[in-house]
Ligand binder design. Structure first.
Ligand SMILES: [Fe+2]
Length: 277
């Protein structure tokens, strides 16, 4: 079966280091846009970036936004998140350990969707601790025609952690935020803003139903779509090296932390999520 390759490393043909630095000088042109649309996860190796660099890079694409959980905001640049699994006193932060380890697309429970996210590895556990991505355009393309017809008329209902994977992961332990969320509706299939390709826009963390459908009918459908989309042929496991910077398309992918590392070994990432201007 054909292996779907999601990423290109910095040395590869589409987005090499030269293009990266050119974009830094001249702004983000069509070449980057096209490369990114065709490769929804871009991997840059061997960067040494601080929070100010991540914030500045994020602003080249749009508007970076601060984390909903205050404790994860970087003290100097609040639009950059400092994600860790171990507190400064050495205690394991269990919310940080399990956070985001089920499949999801970020913030689909909000009225505005992010454009992209960046994650930069500062410290890593001795083994594993990867991040997984699923290509939701490829997943859509491979659906049976009957399912495509069914989804064409469905509208998904999104909440913060209300879907089956959200319930599994967080139950009653959702972490305190300063924001209140109401339900948001999105079509089950949306068009990619650059390529126009259909995206399967249903993720099991945030989608907890479909308009006009009972929960008994909706949850098995959500689980079925998630199982379909996360088959090996649509997914990529990123094995982190210190210095990696990943940029991913926040509309055309799902992701999750693999959650497969020793929780007492520090794993520290800088992250920002960028919204369109
Ligand atoms: Fe996420």
């Amino acid at each position: 079966m054909k292996r779907y390759i999601l990423h290109r490393e910095a040395e590869a043909e589409l987005v090499d280091a030269a293009v990266y630095y050119e974009q830094q000088r001249k702004g983000l042109g069509g070449e980057f846009r096209r490369a990114f649309a065709e490769n929804p996860v871009l991997v840059f190796r061997d960067r040494q970036l601080g929070a100010a660099d991540i914030a500045a890079f994020g602003r080249r694409f749009g508007v970076p936004r601060k984390h909903a959980l205050v404790k994860y905001r970087h003290p100097d640049h609040e639009e950059v998140s400092w994600l860790t699994n171990v507190e400064e006193d050495g205690q394991i932060d269990w919310y940080g350990v399990k956070r985001a380890t089920e499949w999801h697309t970020d913030s689909t429970y909000e009225a505005r969707l992010p454009l992209l996210a960046m994650l930069h590895a500062l410290e890593l556990p001795s083994q594993k601790g990867g991040t997984m991505f699923a290509d939701m355009c490829a997943a859509y393309d491979a659906l049976p025609e009957g399912m495509k017809e069914r989804l064409a008329v469905l509208t998904g209902l999104h909440g913060r952690t209300d879907g089956p994977a959200g319930e599994r992961l967080y139950g009653d332990d959702k972490g305190a935020t300063e924001k209140r969320y109401t339900e948001v509706a999105w079509p089950a299939v949306v068009a990619h803003p650059v390529t126009g390709r259909p995206i399967l826009f249903v993720n099991p963390m945030h989608v907890h139903g479909f308009e006009g459908m009972t929960r008994e009918e909706a949850w098995p459908l959500i689980e079925e779509l998630a199982a379909h989309a996360t088959q090996d042929r649509f997914t990529y496991y990123h094995s982190w090296r210190v210095g990696d910077l990943l940029i991913w398309d926040e509309r055309a992918t799902m992701h999750r932390g693999a959650g497969d590392y020793r929780p007492d070994e520090r794993r520290i990432m800088l992250r920002t999520i960028v919204y369109p201007n």
